[in-house]
Design a binder for this molecule. Structure first.
Ligand code: F6R
Length: 246
């Protein structure tokens, strides 16, 4: 695993965007799995700007959804579906036939999981998985205690995730379950990139970098990834920003 430390969130996001662009340059039909959340938001804005200004072509690339809140419709602005559509798919002009997201309203969520796993296999695996880290160390909705041997699955959300997850919604939501790719997908992706910024992530990042690898901290498995990268800003490493000089 490679750790890269950036002075600030902007630098981190720029490098993450460049990482995505370099992959699509090497492999125009690359398969991307992108997290939602606050951490990668600026990455997606910079990615869209760069794609527009430099004419980077994403039309052959494929996009896999990392996770979704069970029972939340894609029209809800707090859903992962809505977020990815607004922040990634629309700005990059991705055709719907190249987008594979979980239907979290399905009456048969097990089928959803199986069909997602099959889609990923048929596409030849995930080239880049870009993830954030939850305050409890989750990746996607792989909550503390989850086995690293699982592919897509439905999971009861940890209390931390249920509480923190409220930030995505305009109204109070009951967030009991999630549907998610598994850590097995994460470990099998050709590149795994974890991004974390800000002081509030310092505690969990320290644990992910230093603790003994175990299921209690799902994000820690990035240290087992052959091509795992962790991009943090100095605040997420618990380092104070240098005072600006006048
Ligand atoms: C979102 C996701 C979550 C977030 C994590 C960090 O699709 O899978 O695991 O990446 O909760 O969220 P932020 O970046 O908002 O701190």
């Amino acid at each position: 695993m490679k750790l890269e430390i950036f002075d600030n969130y902007e630098e981190l996001s720029l490098h993450a965007a460049k990482e995505i662009i370099s992959i699509v340059h090497q492999k125009p039909n690359a398969v991307f799995c992108l997290a939602t959340g606050d951490s990668p938001k600026l990455t997606y804005t910079l990615l869209a700007n760069e794609a527009r200004e430099s004419g980077v072509d994403f039309s052959k690339a494929y996009f896999i959804g990392l996770d979704e809140w069970v029972g939340v419709p894609p029209t809800n602005p707090g859903s992962c579906h809505y977020y990815l559509t607004r922040n990634v798919f629309q700005p990059l002009g991705i055709d719907v036939t190249h987008i594979h997201l979980f239907n979290a309203l399905s009456e048969n969520l097990q089928n959803e999981c199986q069909s997602m796993d099959k889609t990923i296999r048929n596409l030849g695996g995930i080239d880049l998985m870009l993830v954030g880290i939850g305050m409890n160390g989750h990746v996607g909705f792989n909550e503390p205690g989850i086995s690293p041997d699982l592919y897509s699955h439905v999971i009861n959300l940890d209390e931390v995730t249920q509480t923190v997850g409220q930030k995505y919604f305009n109204e109070t939501m009951v967030l009991k379950q999630g549907i998610t790719l598994g850590l097995k997908h994460f470990l099998e992706s050709k590149v795994a990139l974890l991004v974390a910024n800000g002081e509030k992530k310092a505690g969990i990042i320290k644990r992910a970098l230093e603790e003994t690898i175990s299921e209690t901290l799902p994000a820690i498995f990035i240290r087992k990834h052959a091509n795992g990268k962790v991009f943090v800003d100095s605040a997420a490493l618990g380092q104070k920003q240098p005072e600006a000089t006048l």
